[in-house]
Design a binder for this molecule. Structure first.
Ligand code: ATP
Length: 239
């Protein structure tokens, strides 16, 4: 294990019954880096995310996270170890205030670190600072998405998988989600970003993976991904 890799994935395959949804995928994630995971609908991006975080069991391969193989561990153990999956959908408590939602996220933290971690999460998404006393259920969809991200990032996880965080959001909200994720990455959280906005995610990413029909079609530095995206990814018109 190279010390600057938070994640090392080797020969990962996933089957859904007889169908091979992911085959022989290998890649590394450097600590503190942003990796864009690209591919058309049905390519296998979400399957990869679900395998990494223990929601689906790989049929072959290994997933070394901070030196420990995650294959066979339960999703809750993996999340507690610090690999957090943020699927579309929010998982917030609508009846509680924004502030209480954040406080609940950090309840397992040492008391003296809680407010610092909450403050940092609010810094990532400044719009939440103005809403701390407001009931979470009355936030706009985009604000709820940011609260959900802030709750996860307040835990200072080493690795976050952000799956389609911008789906269905207004452009201004999409900007804020990207800015918050960039701030979290700058503070040391590695991010695997599955995004419909290919060019935006490449602009923010250090490296990129292009998945095609369940296999890794290309991997390399994000600033060299344009050609691979042309070749392997049919753009849907969104940038
Ligand atoms: P999208 O952007 O549409 O979410 P994706 O790249 O995330 O696409 P996956 O959702 O990982 O793709 O799907 C990969 C393949 O596995 C697809 O052919 C899909 O139909 C299939 N698949 C996904 N989930 C299941 C499941 N629970 N059972 C059977 N097949 C599945």
């Amino acid at each position: 294990m190279t010390t600057d890799h938070v994640l090392e994935v080797r020969n990962l395959s996933v089957r859904y019954g007889p169908a091979l949804a992911l085959h022989d995928v290998s890649f590394d994630v450097r600590a503190g880096s942003v990796t864009a995971v690209l591919g058309t609908n049905g390519a296998g991006k979400t399957t990869l995310a679900r395998a990494l975080c223990g929601l689906v069991r790989p049929s072959a391969g290994s997933i070394l996270f901070d030196g420990t193989d995650l294959v066979g561990r339960r999703a809750d153990q993996i999340a507690r170890a610090g690999l957090m999956y943020l699927p579309e959908g929010r998982g917030i408590f609508p009846g509680l205030s924004v502030g209480d939602n954040l406080r609940m996220a950090t309840v397992s933290h040492p008391r003296e670190q809680r407010s610092e971690n909450i403050d940092r999460a609010v810094e990532y998404f400044p719009v939440l600072a103005e809403r701390l006393g407001q009931r979470a259920g009355t936030l706009s969809g985009g604000e709820q998405q940011m609260l959900s991200l802030a709750r996860a990032l307040a835990l200072r996880p080493p690795l976050v998988i952000a799956d389609e965080m911008s789906l269905g959001l207004a452009p201004k909200m999409v900007d804020m989600v990207f800015e918050g994720l960039a701030a979290a990455a700058a503070a040391g959280t590695s991010i695997l970003m599955i995004e419909q906005f290919v060019h935006r995610s490449l602009a923010m990413a250090d490296s990129a993976l292009v998945i095609r029909r369940g296999g890794l079609a290309w991997q390399g530095p994000a600033d060299g991904a344009a050609e691979a995206v042309e070749e392997h990814y049919v753009p849907s018109g969104r940038t």
